[in-house]
Design a protein around this ligand. Sequence first.
Ligand SMILES: CC(C)(COP(=O)(O)OP(=O)(O)OC[C@H]1O[C@@H](n2cnc3c(N)ncnc32)[C@H](O)[C@@H]1OP(=O)(O)O)[C@@H](O)C(=O)NCCC(=O)NCCS
Length: 177
Amino acid sequence: MADLAYPADLTDGTVRLRPWTPGDLPCIEQAATDPRIPENTSVPARYSPEEGLAFIHRQHQRLTSGQGVSLAISHHATGEALGLVILQPRPQSGVAGLGYWVVPAARRHGLASRAVGLMTEWALGRYARIEAWVEPGNDASRYVLAENGFQCEGVLRSFLVIGPRRADMLVYSRIRD
Ligand SMILES: CC(C)(COP(=O)(O)OP(=O)(O)OC[C@H]1O[C@@H](n2cnc3c(N)ncnc32)[C@H](O)[C@@H]1OP(=O)(O)O)[C@@H](O)C(=O)NCCC(=O)NCCS
């Protein structure tokens, strides 16, 4: 990944994207209760403090191993972690993939939209193309991407294994002007 380092300060005054800390365990615990998040990510399906700390450790390892930048979506005023946004390089030069989740209790307050906006602006300074893969029925995620100027380019049929099934994925992208 180009310029592999955590961003200095990514905030819009409402959310702040920052590295994960051990104080963020309650966020991991809440994420583990969601049916979709553990199925699609390395959030443990059965939470324990040990599993939660291992998750946080893996997020920092992504940076040191060159696999990506994983940041907590935190509330700017309180510092509380409420979600995750991650950027991961794809094999193609200048292309990175975007992923995100927000804990169930904090949804529909615009947190994902804000976080994706901040991360995308930062990422487009380093990558020519940012892409995201979304299941066709994931209306909230499609809304977040459209809100941030991502274009839907089509459907990748039977593209990912999610839990016990194969799923189609819509591919969305934003490119550097
Ligand atoms: C997708 C996700 C990150 C959205 O987080 P969020 O913080 O609630 O998103 P925002 O509040 O910025 O925007 C959500 C918008 O989507 C729409 N939306 C939300 N839930 C919806 C639903 N069930 N059906 C239709 N539209 C929905 C709404 O328009 C909402 O905005 P509004 O309430 O202001 O009208 C969150 O639902 C999540 O973590 N889901 C599980 C993990 C996941 O799917 N991650 C994305 C993988 S590609």
